[in-house]
Design a binder for this molecule. Structure first.
Ligand code: SF4
Length: 329
């Protein structure tokens, strides 16, 4: 049985867990192709205009999997991974949006509600419904989840050594031993952005690689331990409702505190409601902390040259500042 996993949204955070789980259940996993303009256009055609860009992209990936002839497309209903917090409503309503807006999706949807009190979502309650739909025993689901959890923990461990999602996946699959990634750049930038904005090569236009080519080290929220990020929320008088937005804001506070971080780039996709709030909070805090901050807002029409010019100018300014500070010291 072929299970399609869209290469979008939390694919960049949970893919090793989902892949291992389905494979251990005896299924073949098919991943949608990399995001392209054509794929986005398909997603846009079947999305309500006011929805955020990442959801339009997700729709394009689901359509790609349907075209590939998979038996099911896995679309989890992500509810919560922290007490008294939830996912952005788009995640909670995702299976319904897919079901009612994409032709041919209703009969191919494989979904279950995901609720956990930590980022580790490999609990049987989250997957037994899936197992039943696929005709697998509860025992097999529980056993598959043990492996899925082990692989995902390893994936997260690799990321926390300073590796991006793509690098962590490569290391995981090659079974190489792992060392902390060495910083080789002249300066360091904190990238504040959701995994699906930063790691989708079309959306972010490979911003991590572009910065590294400019001799800039990059740090992102998922390179930090979850507990460290949770502790970072002490700066807020009141936490936000949305878990991943809290993670981003907490990472921003870490960047502000960390003297080795020279500046922050907030990568945000057009149409994101939570980002309009956390982006402003982070911008105001950056003024208070006197740390350079820049917002890069991407949509389906953003050109690569535009992005390149802006990040080049920002990193040049940081490098000059860094050199001047070094001379003074
Ligand atoms: S957090 Fe923003 S970008 Fe992500 S799904 Fe919600 S609205 Fe869209």
């Amino acid at each position: 049985m072929k299970i399609g996993i869209p290469r979008a949204l939390l694919f960049y955070y949970y893919y090793p867990l989902w892949k291992t789980f389905f494979e251990e259940m005896g299924c073949q996993v098919v991943v949608s192709k990399q995001t392209t303009k054509e794929l986005i256009d398909k997603g846009i055609k079947h999305s309500v205009p006011e929805i955020c860009v990442p959801i339009k992209i997700f729709n394009g990936h689901v359509l790609d999997l349907l075209e590939q002839g998979v038996d099911y497309v896995y679309v989890p209903r992500m509810m919560e991974i922290r007490k008294r917090e939830c996912f952005c409503p788009k995640f909670m309503g995702l299976p319904d949006m897919v079901k009612y807006s994409l032709p041919g999706a209703a009969d191919k949807l494989l979904s279950s509600q995901i609720k956990s009190d930590s980022d580790d979502i490999a609990q049987p309650g989250n997957f037994l419904e899936i197992g039943a739909k696929l005709g697998k025993s509860d025992f097999l689901v529980r056993e598959a989840l043990k492996d899925a959890q082990r692989v995902w923990n390893r994936y997260r461990y690799i990321m926390k050594q300073g590796y991006t999602a793509a690098e962590a996946l490569e290391i995981l699959e090659s079974k190489q031993s792992i060392e902390v990634r060495q910083h080789k750049g002249e300066i360091k930038i904190g990238l504040m952005g959701y995994v699906y904005d930063i790691y989708d090569e079309f959306v972010s236009m490979n911003i991590v690689d572009k910065l590294r080519e400019m001799k800039v080290d990059v740090v992102t929220f998922e390179m930090y331990d979850e507990r460290l990020l949770d502790a970072g929320l002490k700066h807020l008088r009141k936490k936000l409702f949305w878990t991943f937005s809290n993670k981003l804001l907490s990472a921003a506070y870490k960047f502000f505190e960390d003297d080795t971080v020279d500046g922050i780039i907030h990568v945000t996709a057009f149409g994101c409601g939570p980002d309009s709030l956390i982006g402003k909070v982070a911008e105001l805090e950056s003024i208070r902390c006197q740390k350079p901050f820049m917002t890069v807002r991407v949509d389906e029409h953003t050109g690569e040259n535009h992005l390149l010019t802006r990040i080049e100018a920002f990193s040049d300014m940081l490098k000059r500042k860094h050199r001047a500070a070094k001379k003074e010291a």
